[in-house]
Design a binder for this molecule. Structure first.
Ligand code: SF4
Length: 352
């Protein structure tokens, strides 16, 4: 446990947490919705500081991130708790747990583990990392100093204060929309009143940081698969983040409280892909569809496959050292060249 940085004292001994857009107002001896920040004696404490519930070696492509340091190995960590209440969460055992549990680790221990498994990066993932931002920052600052990249897999429900702290260490963020970020969907299936803070945070990240951004959208069949909403989301991304922003439409599979739904039909994902391409987004991917041709990166100049993908593996690279297409010379906006670890096996459970 450690005193949080992102909070304000309000009236009496109440505190207002500013780590996420819920802005919980927490009376003394109570905790915020995420379950890991609470008011002790008029101060906001991050109870999960120094505790990680899981640690795994993963390929960066699993996050999913396709345009940043391809082929790298990342050490993925999480605490318990979350600021969202997704009814389909695949990590619900971690994210919806309202107990502080896990292994005791200092920021230096996390760096040591990252290095000992030859990972070039650290991913803060499985639950929403902004809820443990001070712990992530303390790890991330050391990581950056040691040449290790830092990556957030986030729901984007952030605040200007969180974005400010992210500037100190974060290199890459993938912001996960669900059900196209449609208001009725996020209210009913996530317990979030309004998706607007996600859009504001993305603009804030764009305007105030150099953090690489990718977008995902979990397409939930029957509940969050509306093409008009997908069109709105893609239009917003095109207008505000630009046509080269990668977007990944992810296939839903049943979990937690939504076991009765089917997997997202491939046709629906392909229609989402078409919507995004028609709007003008250049790099549109389908995720969780092993072997589908839309896992690949296609050159916007000539249509050639410049990165051949199979799931999280990269099986072909058709670019020069500066990431220009070998067929037509078009510069593909991918940060970094193919990592030496691209062909290695990159899955390992370190902290089960
Ligand atoms: S991080 Fe947790 S305590 Fe803070 S506002 Fe969000 S849900 Fe509430």
């Amino acid at each position: 446990m450690r005193e949080a940085q992102l909070y304000e004292v309000t009236e009496g001994s109440r505190v207002k947490c500013t780590a996420c857009a819920r802005y919980c107002q927490i009376p003394e001896d109570k905790i915020g919705l995420c379950g890991i920040r609470g008011n002790v004696g008029g101060k906001l404490q991050l109870f999960a500081y120094g505790k990680i519930i899981t640690g795994n070696v993963d390929p960066i492509e699993k996050k999913p991130v396709s345009h940043y340091m391809p082929g790298t190995k990342v050490f993925s960590i999480a605490t318990t708790g979350c600021n969202w209440l997704c009814q389909y969460c695949q990590n619900f055992d971690i994210s919806q747990r309202r107990k502080i549990e896990g292994s005791d680790v200092s920021p230096k221990d996390v760096i040591r583990m990252t290095k000992s498994y030859d990972c070039q990066g650290l991913a803060y993932t499985y639950n929403e990392p902004s809820i443990f931002i001070e712990f992530a920052r303390d790890i991330g600052v050391i990581a950056r100093r040691e040449g290790i990249i830092n990556l957030f897999v986030s729901n984007g429900y952030l605040t200007p204060e969180t974005v400010e702290l992210m500037r100190e260490f974060l290199d890459c963020i993938t912001v996960d929309f669900k059900g196209n970020g449609e208001t009725a969907f996020v209210r009913r299936y996530i317990g979030v009143p309004d998706p607007e803070p996600i859009f504001q945070s993305l603009l804030d990240i764009k305007n105030r940081t150099n953090i690489h951004k990718e977008i995902t959208d979990l397409v939930v069949p029957e509940l969050g698969d509306d093409l008009i909403q997908a069109q709105k989301l893609c239009r917003w991304i095109y207008d505000n983040l630009g046509p080269d922003t990668p977007i990944h439409f992810l296939r839903f599979h049943p979990d937690y409280k939504l076991m009765h739904l089917p997997q997202t039909p491939i046709k629906i994902l392909e229609r989402h892909h078409k919507v995004a391409k028609d709007i003008g987004l250049n790099f549109v991917y389908l995720g969780n569809v092993l072997g589908h041709p839309l896992e690949n990166t296609y050159c916007p100049g000539c249509g050639e496959i410049v990165v051949k993908r199979f799931g999280y593996n990269i099986g072909g690279w058709h670019m020069d050292k500066r990431n220009h297409c070998l067929t037509c010379g078009y510069r593909i906006p991918i940060v970094g060249s193919l990592a030496k670890t691209a062909s290695e096996s990159k899955f390992l459970t370190v902290i089960p």
